[in-house]
Structures are given as structure tokens and as C-alpha cells.
Design a protein around this ligand. Structure first.
Ligand code: 4NP
Length: 165
């Protein structure tokens, strides 16, 4: 087990979910914070990681912190980490924001069972665009747009996880 899985192991945890984007400072920290707000932390562990190593140890982008705050979610305590091949064993569900994130992590998978855990986040919603666009080089509106897309997907994922016994 990787040291990032710092949940209380005496509790009957059901599912470990990892949110992945490129930088782990804009989209996946939002996805982590939003999903955490919709599930029981004693049953579901949620984390996030980036495929690139540009911002390791940093807080989320201030625009992500701000848009989350507007919606009542605090993501300022998160710190960026890089995706590692150990994550394929440590997590049950791995959601990527876009197809390039998917290609990047699948290149690190060394088992069919690990690769099968990887899904595009927006696949959980019918009739939606497939990718959460990268808001890093845009303005604040992009962050609200991304927030809404991620929130919709996480509502569905949260509902599914909360149905588990
Ligand atoms: P994210 O956005 O993948 O949603 O965290 C990005 C953040 C930083 C960079 C790229 C995308 N970057 O190149 O530094």
C-alpha cells in the first residue's frame, strides 16, 4: 500500500476513488473536494493526482480554491502529487478528466485489472461532452464551467457509492 492512503483502516471502508488530471492543481482537486462532499468518509476514500510533476507539493490553483469556496467546499488543504503506477493497486475507481490523462496513465498500467479501473469522469453522465476541459490557461468563467461539469458527474458517482451497503 502506498503511504498516500492515510485513512483509518479500522473502519469498514468500501471504495477508494482517485481523480486524475494533468497538473493536479485545477480539475482533479475540484473533483476530489466535490466528491468528498457527497459521500461518507468512513465508507469512501477520495484522493487526486496529476500525470505531470510540475506542481508537486503545491496547493490547488487559487481559481479552483475560489470556485470551490463559492460553492461551500474547502480544497485549500490539498497538496499536489504525481500519479504513480502503485495507484492502480491502491484504488478501486480511477476517473480521468480527459483522454490525454487516460492515455498517460494507461501507459503506466501493468495489468488488465488496473487498466479496467480507468474511466473518463464524464462517462457517468449521459449525453455530456466526454472531456472536462483544462481551464488552466483561461479565465474564471472556465473554472465555474468545469465546476458544474464535475459536480454533475460527482452527484452521479456519489449516488452510486451511497447505494452500497
Ligand atoms: P489541471 O490543469 O490538469 O486541471 O490541474 C493544469 C494545471 C497546470 C498545468 C497544466 C494543466 N501546467 O502545465 O502547469
Amino acid at each position: 500500500m502506498s503511504p498516500v492512503l492515510n485513512y483509518d483502516k479500522s473502519k469498514p471502508l468500501k471504495t477508494k476513488v482517485l481523480m486524475v488530471c494533468l497538473g493536479n492543481i485545477c480539475r482533479s482537486p475540484l473533483a476530489e473536494g466535490i466528491l468528498k462532499s457527497k459521500v461518507d468518509p468512513d465508507k469512501v476514500f477520495v484522493d487526486s493526482a496529476g500525470t505531470g510533476g510540475y506542481h508537486i507539493g503545491e496547493k490547488p490553483d487559487s481559481r479552483s480554491i475560489d470556485v470551490a469556496q463559492i460553492h461551500g467546499i474547502n480544497i485549500s488543504d490539498q497538496r499536489c502529487r504525481k500519479f504513480s503506477s502503485a495507484d492502480f493497486e491502491d484504488f478501486d475507481l480511477i476517473y480521468v478528466m480527459d483522454k490525454s490523462n487516460r492515455a498517460n496513465i494507461l501507459s503506466l498500467a501493468n495489468s488488465e485489472s488496473g487498466a479496467k479501473k480507468v474511466k473518463l469522469l464524464l462517462e457517468v453522465i449521459n449525453d455530456s461532452p466526454q472531456e472536462v476541459p483544462d481551464p488552466y490557461y483561461g479565465g474564471k468563467d472556465g473554472f465555474e464551467n468545469v465546476y458544474q461539469m464535475i459536480d454533475q458527474a460527482c452527484t452521479q458517482i456519489g449516488d452510486n457509492l451511497n447505494k452500497q451497503e
